[in-house]
Design a protein around this ligand. Structure first.
Ligand code: JTA
Length: 598
């Protein structure tokens, strides 16, 4: 049946609601390349995101003119700035409002090579006094309570515009993270995939906008030139290109290193440094404690945590083999990271053998689960849950990777002798359906960040039988599409978890690694980073976390806030996984539009 006979005639509508280019942020272009495609974002990005951008600037209206009214339509011109940067429970809080004016960047300073390097801080009395005096104001007390009292896991979601304010309780916008309440910034490093430099600079408080900022990225060739052009107006910004020597590798790692007068903070998260990733998506954030500076002359090996986080983070940074990141590794060495309760799980491109095999990817997770997770009774009936926003090519059937090396890693719990007979362990994979995306706050353009392609999907129809819908009534985020990636081991009653990982790593061999040479070598294409939560590090006398059932309940303080509903709900027969590069014209999204990529 043609679209015309089914739905009447529709046309391509023009719209001035284009979101990407904020007029008030425009800078004189220094680009030698033509940036005349007004429907394309100013930052380098994928075809999928370009499609979303294009469909937002020239929507294809669904013919009957009615939007799907599952959720209230989002405001037409959302003001991200209005989210403010204080830790408010309400996104309407006017007191928190922070004006960001155009060209609001402090006077550029003379560019010096040293500005690429992390700035050193005097370790004097004044600083510790400053730090102590921070506790005085009640606003900061709230910050303290939220960061340390109320949230022992230090695991947060991003604020979502357009949901009830109670669901944003304890959620963070990027401006919250960069706020002076978290520390007096001296210099910072931002590791990420997709970066809008101008937007990023404007997320920093005015007084920090001219502090040295290092951007670690993986762009090459034209998109690298575009990023350099973007950064050119900001004399304090330096770029570091991560080497990507293996084909199809990507720099997915999302991390902030925030060097303060008062110490250092590490933030490991899942959001790109673009407006849309901090607007109406479900994203995860782990905030480190404020790490105090060690006394001068202390060995770099001091200030280690039970989880070996300090050494592992330094090893991760050194894997880039970049002089600038080696200097950041030295800054880490000078701080006390002993309060860290999470384990670092990273991937870095390479082919690893022998004593290097367990350093990265799924074998790193396997090793941590072997050494630090506890066996549970009847463990074969504890499912593995994987939740992600993109999917790589996994071969002709489940035996090629998913249910062999990958599952073998995720089912490991202690030195279990049963771990080689774990073929019964169920795998629940959570990935949005077409209807999830259609009914989301963003509508179909949310699918621009769910880049599962038809070319990949049609080669692995077997995979879709593992799929479960995105549902997050508990966290109020059913309509905020996931860009978070999580993996966990959950009890048969779905009320306990043995461990929880939040990471940049999607379900792909490029991210997690795949065996080569008969399993003697693990080959990893991409940079990824995440943190693993294990009950043993949180002073629990159980071998599992209780799953937190609701946001505002007085459950055990150490119940874990899993950010989606359990048990996961299987795809029904009508459900299809979201695939970005095919059209959806049979039903309108929440903005009354259809999806016709290209
Ligand atoms: C759309 C993407 C990331 C990441 C990486 C993406 C692609 C399309 C969104 C994204 N890649 N892609 O690291 O967060 O096709 O590569 O959000």
């Amino acid at each position: 049946m043609s679209q015309e006979s089914e739905h009447g005639k529709w046309t391509v509508s023009s719209s001035d609601e284009s979101e990407g280019e904020q007029e008030d942020c425009k800078k004189p272009s220094t680009s030698s390349l033509q940036r005349d495609k007004s429907s394309e974002p100013r930052y380098p990005c994928s075809e999928a995101r370009k499609a979303a951008h294009k469909r937002k600037s020239s929507p294809l209206e669904f013919p009957d003119g009615n939007s799907l009214s599952v959720v209230p339509p989002a405001p037409k011109r959302p003001s991200q700035e209005g989210l403010g940067w204080c830790l408010s429970s309400s996104d309407e809080d006017e007191d928190c409002k922070r004006e960001v004016k155009k060209g609001d960047v402090a006077a550029p300073r003379v560019r010096q090579e040293e500005e690429c390097a992390p700035k050193e801080i005097a370790n004097d009395d004044r600083l510790s006094k400053n730090h102590n005096s921070v506790g005085a104001s009640s606003k900061v007390q709230d910050t303290w309570d939220l960061l340390d009292g109320g949230n022992p896991f230090r695991f947060f979601l991003t604020k979502v515009k357009g949901i009830k304010s109670e669901y944003n309780f304890g959620a963070l916008h990027i401006k919250d993270i960069l706020s002076p309440l978290f520390g007096t910034l001296v210099s910072s490093a931002q590791f990420n995939y997709c970066i809008d430099v101008e937007w990023l600079i404007n997320q920093y408080p005015k007084e920090f906008r001219d502090k040295p900022l290092l951007i670690v990225h993986g762009e090459k060739r034209e998109s690298k030139a575009d990023l350099l052009d973007q950064a050119k107006p900001y004399k304090n910004v330096c770029l570091c290109q991560a080497k990507l020597d293996i084909a199809f590798g990507t720099h997915h790692t999302k991390m902030m290193l925030l060097c303060y007068e008062e110490g250092l903070r590490v933030v490991i998260h899942t959001s790109n440094l673009i407006k849309e990733d901090w607007y109406q998506k479900t994203q995860g954030i782990w905030l480190s404690p404020l790490y105090p500076k060690l006394p001068p002359g202390t060995l770099g090996s001091a200030g280690e945590s039970r989880t070996n986080f300090k050494s592992d983070l330094i090893t991760y940074l050194m894997s880039y083999k970049s002089p600038t990141l080696n200097e950041w590794a030295d800054v880490i060495k000078q701080h006390d990271l002993s309060e860290t309760r999470v384990y670092l799980v990273g991937s870095t491109p390479g082919r690893y053998q022998n004593n290097e095999k367990e350093k990265w990817g799924h074998l790193r997770l396997r090793k941590l689960l072997k050494d630090h997770a506890m066996q549970v009774p009847d463990e074969d009936s504890w499912p593995v849950v994987g939740q992600f926003s993109s999917i790589g090519s996994m071969g002709a059937d489940q035996s090629k990777w998913l249910c062999s090396e990958f599952r073998q890693s995720l089912v490991t719990l202690g030195n279990s002798v049963k771990s080689l007979t774990n073929q019964e362990v169920p795998i629940n994979l959570i990935y949005p359906t077409v209807d999830n995306v259609r009914q989301s706050l963003e509508g179909y353009p949310a699918g621009g960040s769910l880049p599962y392609s038809i070319q990949t999907a049609q080669k692995q129809l077997w995979l879709h039988s593992y799929f479960h819908k995105w549902s997050a009534e508990t966290s109020g985020r059913s309509h905020a599409m996931p860009h978070i990636k999580t993996y966990m081991r959950v009890a048969p009653d779905f009320q306990k978890i043995a461990w929880f990982l939040v990471t940049s790593a999607n379900l792909s061999k490029a991210a997690w690694g795949a065996f080569e040479k008969n399993g003697t070598q693990l080959m990893i294409r991409s940079y990824e980073l995440g943190v693993l939560f294990l009950p043993s590090e949180f002073g629990l006398d159980t071998d599992y976390f209780q799953v937190k059932e609701s946001l505002l309940s007085d459950e055990p303080a150490l119940a874990f806030p899993v950010p989606y509903d359990l048990p996961p709900e299987k795809y029904e027969s009508k459900d299809r996984p979201w695939i970005w590069n095919i059209p959806y014209t049979r039903a309108p999204d929440t903005h009354g539009n259809m999806w016709v990529p290209k």
